[in-house]
Design a protein around this ligand. Sequence first.
Ligand code: BTN
Length: 330
Amino acid sequence: KPKGAKEPKSRDRLLDMFEAAQGEYLSGEEISRRLGVSRTAVWKQIRRLKEAGYVFDAAPKLGYRLADSDSALDARRIQAALTTSRFGRELTVLSKTDSTQTEAEKKAHEGAIEGTLVVAEEQTSGRGRQGRPWHSPPGLGVWMSAVLRPEGPLTAVPQLTLLTAVAVCRAIRVVSGVEAGIKWPNDLLADGRKLCGILLEAVVEDGRVRHCIMGIGIDANLSESDYPEELRSKVTSLRRESGVEVDRSALIAAVMNEFEMLYGLYNERGFEPIRLLWESLSVTLGREIVVRDLKGERRGIAHGLGEQGELMMRTEQGEIIPVYSGDIEL
Ligand code: BTN
């Protein structure tokens, strides 16, 4: 039961009131009078906002004030920053879910339109590529999934994954200034450490793509201590790279804006312009790589991206061969 869509109106009015108070305290009595609800109802509403990530200061005689409204994900702030016509317009913000992939998949199954977006403060079983878990602690990251309804064949799905990486990379650069780069096929790195992962899951029916779920996980404001020990040397966050907290709502909107623009370009002109953008943002090309897939381990130099989005690798024998899937090591 997604909460975001059916959030009661009084919640919005309460938030408006706190925002208008600009960090000043509002007493429970005043709020209850202005909203026309009981003190208990006010208290419950505040508790719900806290659960959704809003931070309140409470003072015995003064009441409550909104301490830091920027730190919580907020549907209204996300939507205010959208320049899209479709992506992110249907939006659900959850405080906690098992995986936004699962939530978005349910919505797609029920007929949700393309661009429908699900965002969560926390995922209890976030998932990554190849069955790996995705660490998604509360209040610190961007964990989101959008519904895609692409026209093309199943073989075009890898191209959409690369397109997503370009969109997220550009959004990150705009919002945080962090010079993220793309590692084939779709990890974003800064300083050689992973910042963001992308997971595109396609639901196929009669050999055609019924819909895709585009999952994006960005380590926005995590600190080293927010990761399990074994990940620490391999990952980083935007906050760590830039030194300042990133506004996650602005970042989410920026990803949607970039995505819709590039997706439009892709639908009009095909993969070629995306391929070129991808290559320009790539940290993989020209580097020595090790490919591990079902065929075993192969070494070579990353040479470029093929027409389908496959990685072209120059082997030690000087042959250029395509790599369609698997993981690479730089
Ligand atoms: C990877 O690098 O392995 C992909 C990670 C994808 C993580 C995101 S977070 C939002 C969405 N929900 C999930 O459970 N996974 C994706």
